[in-house]
Design a protein around this ligand. Structure first.
Ligand code: SF4
Length: 513
């Protein structure tokens, strides 16, 4: 095989997957958008999402800043050298990372050191199969951490919140799947897609669940019982009212694909792989002699272009909501005036901070004065030009709940007034917001291009020893818009949506299958 050409083909696959959402996924997002009423938070969120999809496509930049764990599934004709294929993929991954099409995302699990090129033990994941066909089939998924962390595995029989006993039968499986959507809330950047694996052991069950994510969103399950179950879940999970980003709304789930395999008598696992709306998976057929791409997969049918209409949704929502402009340093009085549902537009300075920074700040001084400042839970994709200046290539919010053990204490210790992230935070942070006078702002998860566009300048950086995504970036922003979902009066939209969706979940307690 022409390995140079094959490497080039893999580079194209990686860049397309990271920057251009597949056609079947676009159609599902469009359908969701049509189901939401104009002016709602859900419509605004979907407007931001579709705007972001379009920007990523046009700029050939990552749809979301979280590259996730690149996972390749490859089928080769007998006789193809899989060792050489692996090498070519490693080179293509390193090149795409250098070109800022992927964020450096491979971290030593013990030291926390980022390898810088997305290569390292177990990264990327490459799984091979052989087959009798005369071409190589390569599929790639980039599944981010926010949604990966919402994967869940059930061991039947079990007791489920709202649904009671889930037994070892189709109806028990139904309950587990509904529960998996409920427990994810908006934290996996809903509206999402789920792949479900029935049977196997703990590891093969999850593999089967992830395998379902490689099916087309629009295919029909050939297994009659599973087809019915998929339809049932799509119809009813969307009645839970969790909505886009967990803001409430009509669409929570964009796709459900279920697979089954045998199990051993003692075990009965239902494994669920949750994928966010930024469902980045593509595939190619490659000629094993020339290394050329023969055909792109998942790209049949109409391609939805989201231009312009997204702006209208955002504007409509802002008209319906109270829009407040804030510039740091922010006073306690300004914060106390905000309430859940307000839209905040930030101009001026904000600082990024995620896991490493929060841990660090608990027992160190901050490198800058954080009094009255805004912390953004974000691990951006950054590029350095020849003069040494940094630019932001992708900068959506990361999942905030990981900072729950630290956030309240850090806000009080340094006088931070606003925290921006996604998915909401828990009771400890809510109490601190009330006591100290702080606010939590929910940005739209995955809207990495949309927010990167709001960042007009990078004024500096501290703590680079934690790696690019974990460093503290000093950003100068304009028109950075997010929604107040936790205020200083003890209100949390996340707690409210959790409570109401649990009540709705309980409607599905009775046996259906
Ligand atoms: S859209 Fe959300 S869950 Fe998906 S990769 Fe991006 S940040 Fe993670």
């Amino acid at each position: 095989m022409n390995l140079e050409k094959f490497q080039e083909s893999m580079y194209q696959l990686i860049v397309e997957t990271s920057t251009n959402l597949p056609k079947d996924v676009r159609r599902a997002v469009k359908k969701a958008k049509q189901s939401e009423s104009a002016g709602t938070r859900a419509a605004m969120s979907l407007g931001t999402i579709t705007n972001n999809i379009q920007m990523a496509d046009e700029n050939i930049s990552p749809i979301c800043q979280d590259t996730g764990l690149p996972t390749f599934k490859i089928k080769t004709p007998v006789g193809v050298n899989q060792i050489k294929i692996k090498e070519a993929i490693y080179n293509a991954i390193a090149q795409a990372t250098k070109d800022t099409k992927l964020r450096p995302n491979s971290v030593d699990s013990l030291t926390g050191k980022n390898s810088g090129d997305n290569l390292g033990g177990g990264t990327p994941v490459i799984k091979f199969d052989q087959w009798e066909n005369d071409y190589i089939d390569v599929r790639l998924i980039l599944k981010g951490g926010g949604c990966e962390n919402k994967n869940i595995q059930y061991s039947l029989p079990c007791e489920l919140d709202g649904l009671g006993r889930a037994g070892r039968d189709l109806d028990g499986i139904r309950k587990c799947i509904l529960h998996s959507v409920y427990q994810a809330q908006g934290q996996g950047c809903s509206a999402g897609f789920i792949g479900v694996g029935i049977g196997g052991d703990r590891s093969s069950g999850y593999d089967l669940a992830k395998e379902q994510l490689f099916r087309s969103v629009e295919d029909v399950n050939p297994h009659e019982d599973l087809r019915k179950l998929e339809e049932y879940i799509m119809e009813n999970a969307n009645k839970l009212g969790i909505g886009t980003m967990g803001f409430g709304g009509e669409t929570t789930l964009l796709g459900c694909k279920i697979g089954v395999m045998n199990r051993i008598p003692a075990s009965f696992f239902v494994s669920v792989a949750y994928n966010c709306w930024a469902f980045r998976r593509l595939g190619v057929k490659v000629d094993p002699k020339t290394g050329d791409i023969q055909e792109w997969l998942y790209q049949d049918g109409e391609k939805i272009e989201f231009a312009n209409e997204a702006e209208n949704e955002v504007a409509a929502s802002k008209e319906e909501s109270n829009v407040v402009t804030l510039t740091a340093p922010i006073t306690e009085e300004q914060i106390r005036e905000l309430k859940v549902g307000d839209v905040v537009r930030i101009d001026g300075r904000m600082y990024t901070g995620r896991d490493a920074i929060h841990k660090y700040l608990t027992d160190h001084d901050a490198p800058v004065d954080l009094n009255g400042q805004v912390i953004y839970h974000c691990g951006p994709v950054m590029a350095k030009d020849e003069e040494g200046n940094w630019t932001v290539k992708a900068a959506g919010p990361t999942t905030s709940i990981r900072e729950e053990p630290y956030q309240g204490d850090i806000m009080k210790k340094f006088g931070i007034r606003a925290v921006i992230g996604k998915g909401g935070m828990g009771p400890k942070t809510l109490a601190a917001l009330q006591e100290h006078g702080g606010v939590y702002l929910n940005a739209i998860g995955g809207a990495a291009q949309y927010y990167a566009d709001c960042i007009k300048k990078v004024d500096g950086v501290d703590l680079t020893e934690f790696g690019i995504p974990e460093a503290m970036w000093h950003l100068n922003v304009e028109g950075f818009t997010a929604v107040v979902t936790m205020d200083s009066h003890g209100n949390s939209l996340h707690a409210d949506v959790d409570k109401s969706s649990l009540e709705k979940l309980a409607q599905f307690k009775e046996r259906v299958f």
